[in-house]
Ligand binder design. Sequence first.
Ligand code: HEC
Length: 96
Amino acid sequence: MSTRILTLLTCGLLAAVGATQCFAADDGSAQALHKKHCVACHGTEVYTRETRTVESFPALKTQVRRCEMALELDWTDEKISAVSQYLNNRFYHFKP
Ligand code: HEC
C-alpha cells in the first residue's frame, strides 16, 4: 500500500474523531516546521549531496523520525509524514 493511501486512510480516521490537523499538514506547514526545527545542524544540502544516505521514501521517513527524536520534538506521525513528503517533493523525488 502506498504511503499516500496510508496517509489518506489515517486522515480519514482522524477526521472521523474530529481531528482537523491532518488537513492542515500541507506542504506549507511542513515547510514551516522544517524551517523552524531542521536547519540548525545541516542545511538542505544534505538532501541533495552526492553522498546522501537516504535511498528510499521509507528510509527518508526513518531518518526524519531519527532527527526529530534526537531533538525531542515529540512530533505526531502526521508531522513526520508531512515533513517527509515535503522533503520528498522538494529534494528526494522518490516514487511512492
Ligand atoms: C541536532 C542536529 C540535527 C538537527 C537539528 C536535525 N538533524 Fe537531520 N541530520 C543530523 C545529522 C548529524 C545527520 C547525518 C549527516 C551526515 O550523514 O553527514 C542528519 C541527516 C539528515 C537526513 C539524511 C540526509 C541524507 O544523507 O540523505 C535527513 C533527511 C534529515 N537529517 C532530516 C532532518 C529533519 C527533518 C530535521 C528536523 C526534524 C533534522 N534533520 C534536524 C543532525 C540533525
